[in-house]
Design a protein around this ligand. Sequence first.
Ligand code: XMP
Length: 511
Amino acid sequence: MRERVLVLDFGGQYNMLIARRVRENHVYAEIRAWNRITADQIAAAGYKGVILTGGPNSVYDPASPHFDAALLNLGVPILGICYGHQLMAWMAGGEIASAGSVSEYGKIGLTVSDSPLFAGVPAGSVCWMSHTDYVKTPPPGFSVIASTALCPCAAMADEGRRLYGVQFHPEVTHTQYGRQILHNFLFAICGCAGDWTMEDFAASTVERLRGELEGKRALCALSGGVDSAVAAALLHKAVGDRLVCVFVDHGLLRKGEADEVERVFRGQLGMRLIRVDAEERFLARLAGVAEPERKRRIIGEEFIRIFEEEAKKLGQIDVLVQGTIYPDVVESGSGEAALIKSHHNVGGLPERMDFERVVEPLRELFKDEVRAVGLTLGLPETLVYRQPFPGPGLAVRVLGEVTKEKLDTLREADAVFREEIEKAGLSDRPSQYFAVLTDERSVGVKGDMRSYGRTVALRAVTTDDFMTADWTRLPYEVLAAASGRITNELRNVSRVVYDISSKPPATVEWE
Ligand code: XMP
């Protein structure tokens, strides 16, 4: 059986990050909400270790999440983090108190003592704290193994039972030796082997699907994005020509993108690909529509319609393949239920179609893992490291009504901007960068003639998670080169501006 560690979710904001940190060590981590699994099920599942996450509650609040104390006697090593640390102390009979005005937040000096959990961690370092409650008296059998100026029990251990708790957050990078501490827990304490690799994942998934889908026909909608591409490539290895991919080119992609999809999937990987050139249909439906949400809805609906038409032409199809990934499956911090969100690769897929089953081969993977699988399957880096791109495509980057002329102008301006950034070989590449075609015209002068051309906005952002983002301080030379080329090469553009808004309050996209 595959080696696994359980991340028992008590609603903390870092639960997903904890799982990622575990997986960085080549140990498979699975997130489960605290009320969706019992101690018996944990025992039966054979986890190598359990990590109790943080959470916003206080253990004294009867409504806060608690857990069956039998968990501590299963013989499975446990690491409690923040709320998980307090909960473990509570379950084992320790005393928790509110720190009130002396609560800790931010980078705090940490003193550790001798423990396998802290092997390789110097006596003094910095950790990330964010708490009000703290463990005042560790439970019987536990000893204090770390402290800060304000927190007498920053970490505790019952070494005999392999139970550990830390008040700070080892999963965030502000904790200087956080990675080392998690590494120690996984290897020295849980005895993990660390053999979870993307090559193995790809090979075993292909093997499994080959068995499960014998003789079945599968259909996959490609969007040009990495998730559906990797899902399709996996399925293709498993069922070969019994997989058909449908790629709806809505005419809202970036320059050269649709041809690239065709070249890679049909040309390079030899897959059965149906490319539907539907630009005219989409443009006809978008004519006269300026409102962003209406544009999104129309594109979603039209996509579904075309996809259904194509599926019908193919006759009996048994399996629908989707590129759902782990963050789509796990509702972060839910504490209530591991809700399953519907996944929208392009604009959503038909809700009621006549399939025997839906296959989601990437359900267990984080984005960086999906990319690694893509590379092992031979997908090109341009596709694997593609920037995020909205499903409704350039329709939300052409402000106001979408027309062919505006799209073509935007495509060219966007291609120039991307080329200039790539050419500059920046050490810190922005996370996402693109051009927007505003609905403004402005006066300019071109070849001694007055011009009244369009205004292009350039946008580049730096972010880890796209929830917040800062505008990228691009070198002036790069902006100058892009602006010069765009106004020179595009007859109908007379002005280029750079967007210096962060998110929040702005969003990454303009619409
Ligand atoms: P915002 O504009 O909300 O964008 O700050 C955050 C990230 O999401 C992408 N985005 C979308 N992706 N469908 C998508 O699949 C959409 O409708 C959509 N809108 C924005 C955006 O490019 C950025 O990476």
